[in-house]
Design a protein around this ligand. Sequence first.
Ligand SMILES: *Cc1c(COP(=O)(O)O)cnc(C)c1O
Length: 396
Amino acid sequence: MSEKRFKRDTRLGHLGRDPARFDGAVNPPVYHASTVIAPDTATFKASGRRRFEKGETVYGRFGTPTHQMLEDALTELEGGADTVALGNGLQAISIALLTVVKAGDHVLLADSVYAPTRKFASQMLARLGVEVDYYDPLVDGPALDALIRDTTSAVVLESPGSSSFEIQDVPALAETAKARGVATIMDNTWATPLFFRPIEHGVDLSVQAATKYVVGHADAMLGAVTANHAWAHRLRETVYTIGGFAGPDDVYLGLRGLRTMGVRLERHQATAMTLATWLQERPEVAEVRYPALPEHPQHHLWRRDFDGASGLFSFVLAQPYSQDAVAAMLDHFDLFGLGASWGGFESLAIPSDPYRTATAWDAPGPVVRLHAGLEDPDDLIADLAAGFDRLTRAAG
Ligand SMILES: *Cc1c(COP(=O)(O)O)cnc(C)c1O
């Protein structure tokens, strides 16, 4: 179902399904396949030559109809040309980078990227002969232009940034990169394609840690890369060469998660806004970093480009509280769990001080990152309030 005339939630219920193809079943079946039997030698030989085409089931490593259903749905939602469904979000980032770069190239990553992305670039790409630099996520087009070299092949964006939640001027940066012949890759996990579509804003490859909101229930690892027309073939070629499609059960959980992603995100957004507004009034809090708040420094960019805000944000404490004091708060919540992988139905709270090399991180106190889950917001506020009491007592 590719018709854009239907609204978002309608499309979420119908994309990536084909009852006529699957004996009338509402949901596509889970294909467990490694070996795929060819009808004759000619087909067998031909399939070996056609490996970079999507939509053929020739060997389990190249995906099955289960994968195709999720890939088609995400391609539609992202407004791209093709999607590959991978084992996890980090793999989606590494595959996107390996689609673009070669030895001798130079890549630019936002200083605020997801920490394991930084590690992949600084350790693995550097080892493969790629020069890696970090840039201030708040650069404008001309400032990015000045950082681009003749050897630059990729600019990596993440908006909002991990832990610090800066919103980047994605259209301006994508246009600058394009004018210099440089590919752009954006980690779109926070917004999901429901709230932001990178390719519509000029980005070449959009990455989704589908582990988070697509799966939505903290029980499966999944990643996806969606490419525009310019990069679609090269992306599929890269995955087929490296290997790495997700397992079919996890793909199925991604498809199931998609059906409710619209209603879940609305609730995550509403609760995050309630908690963020409440936190702004707390004396222990210096700043709440949630792009949907009017006080957020790049709120105007978020309003201009995004259709919503998800449930993840951070707040900066107003004093240099000790690690022990912060632990007294975070270790004893009834509801907020101390877990990293957000996007599920449950609320989370972790210590999350940004690591920066291209810019300075200056804050009056430690940073706490929250994920607003689907619980009742009143209960979450009571849990946070008790946490602040513990913080104050521990700080003496
Ligand atoms: C979690 C996350 C990833 C990695 O996803 P995994 O599925 O855990 O590998 C990538 N980017 C962002 C922004 C994330 O939050």
